[in-house]
Design a protein. Structure first.
Length: 332
């Protein structure tokens, strides 16, 4: 369903969203030149046009990432860069190699985000992404279907340095109408209708069915859920940060003291553990890793170990947790 808007109203809506997002940036990023990630689709084109209208020619750059996954992708990327140049946006094509674990979607995302980071014209430059309310709804639904926790269900943030997403409150219909009003030729990526991709099936099959069964408003409801969970998570993270400061002093050593965590609810304790492990560059934690670490922190016994990613073991001794390389036995 989505927002039904006139073309002129759509242009104003996109510009207002971009203006508000830029005004909300921290001072260094607000003063830095912008980088727009532009594929040539309606969302990123509308975003680019609004950004240059707000900031003026010369203050906006664009990166067009060519993933090389389709025939003619290089020509398409060059055409998009030329269109952006015509709008007064300095555009460059960045060709990437897509590969690695996690399937094509995940590999393409990794390659794209790495290219966008490298393309920033200034260390403080924010990267503007064209994600809309529809993308937010799909992200929340994906997290829900995969059994993710509140952190994942809270969806994408409008500002997640260096990523800025001004259009999270607008539907795709608005960006398409804005492009029509500006006479911008929109490229529809064939991958966006390819049912091999999970997100495409959610977009074209699952969400329309939910809209029908629940009488509309599902995308907006999912986006509201994400916003509410983000606010809740931010409050819990702030409390956890205070607990972490009490339990971990880098000047005293890398260990985590357990006394400040006594009697703390498990949800907060796990947040503290995750944040502490992040200071030691322990990443790729699963729910199982975190819950096992929490049991060790809350119940012990001393000297019991929990295996963590990166070949590390979490050890409890003398009222504190520490990390050490896993010690394989002779037969390990």
């Amino acid at each position: 369903m989505g927002q039904q808007v006139g073309h002129d109203t759509a242009v104003l809506a996109v510009r207002r969203a971009v203006r508000a997002a830029l005004a909300a940036l921290p001072a260094p990023e607000r003063a830095a030149p912008l980088l727009i990630a532009c594929s040539g689709g309606a969302d990123s084109l509308a975003l680019a046009a609004a950004a240059v209208a707000e900031r003026g020619p010369g203050a906006v750059n664009a990166a067009v990432v060519d993933h090389g996954l389709q025939d003619g992708s290089a020509d398409r990327a060059a055409a998009t860069a030329g269109l952006l140049d015509g709008l007064g946006i300095a555009a460059a094509v960045h060709t990437v190699e897509v590969g690695g674990a996690g399937g094509v979607e995940a590999a393409a995302r990794r390659a794209r985000y790495a290219a966008l980071r490298a393309a920033r014209p200034h260390p403080d430059a924010p990267v503007l992404l064209g994600h809309t309310l529809d993308d937010q709804a799909e992200t929340v639904l994906l997290g829900l279907g995969r059994g993710s926790g509140a952190r994942s269900l809270s969806g994408m943030r409008e500002w997640d340095p260096p990523w800025c997403r001004p259009l999270l409150g607008l539907r795709r219909s608005v960006t398409r109408a804005a492009c029509a009003a500006a006479g911008l030729p929109v490229w529809d990526d064939p991958h966006n209708t390819d049912p091999r991709f999970t997100r495409v099936r959610l977009r074209h099959e699952v969400l329309p069915l939910l809209e029908e069964v629940l009488a509309g408003g599902v995308a907006e409801a999912l986006a509201r859920t994400a916003r509410q969970l983000r606010e809740d998570s931010a409050a819990l993270d702030a409390v956890a940060a205070g607990l972490l400061r009490s339990a971990h002093d880098p000047q005293r050593g890398p260990e985590l003291l357990l006394a400040p965590l006594e009697g703390v609810p498990a949800a907060l304790r796990r947040r503290v553990l995750r944040a502490w492990l992040a200071t030691a560059d322990v990443t790729a934690l699963t729910e199982e890793h975190l819950r096992a670490a929490d049991v060790l922190a809350a119940q012990g016994p001393d000297r019991a170990g929990v295996a963590l990613p990166g070949g590390l073991e979490l050890v409890r001794a003398r009222g504190r947790l520490s990390l050490r390389p896993i010690r394989w036995g002779a037969g390990g």
